[in-house]
Design a protein around this ligand. Structure first.
Ligand code: HEC
Length: 112
């Protein structure tokens, strides 16, 4: 019993850093995050930014062009709002914003 618990926690300790290292090294998002982000996007963002981020790009920002190397700007704009976009600080948890970034930052998984 005690032994198997130890084995399990050792496995957990091994698995977590390896997963996050792999993500950091390749700059890729995990499929599960992207999928969760797509669902969240459809609930809270698609009405303005368009399904699959497709819109005319005239009055609403075209998210397919959002610079993938600017996660801080993404978090800032979503939290505080910008121009005609409302703030989502109260409406979304940090986890929800993180999966949204996985969706937008990976172009909906297309560049993954
Ligand atoms: C009510 C309509 C509306 C909704 C809902 C909305 N947006 Fe926006 N969004 C806009 C508009 C309009 C802009 C352009 C703002 C500007 O530059 O003046 C924008 C811009 C942005 C930008 C670019 C900001 C920058 O740094 O230039 C990001 C990123 C963004 N939206 C993400 C999201 C995400 C993620 C959601 C869902 C949580 C969302 N938006 C929901 C209208 C909306």
């Amino acid at each position: 019993m005690t032994l198997s618990l130890h084995v399990r926690s050792a496995l957990l300790l091994l698995a977590l850093p390896v997963a996050s290292l792999a993500q950091a090294a390749s700059g890729r998002f995990e499929t599960a995050q992207i999928d969760a982000g797509r669902e969240q996007y459809n609930r809270t963002c698609a009405q303005c930014h368009g399904r699959n981020m497709v819109n005319a790009g005239t009055t609403v920002y075209d998210l397919r062009k959002f610079p993938v190397d600017q996660p801080d700007r993404f978090h800032q704009s979503v939290a505080n709002g910008k121009g005609n976009m409302p703030s989502f600080k109260e409406a979304l948890t940090p986890e929800q914003v993180a999966v949204l970034w996985a969706f937008v930052g990976s172009r909906g998984g297309k560049e993954n």
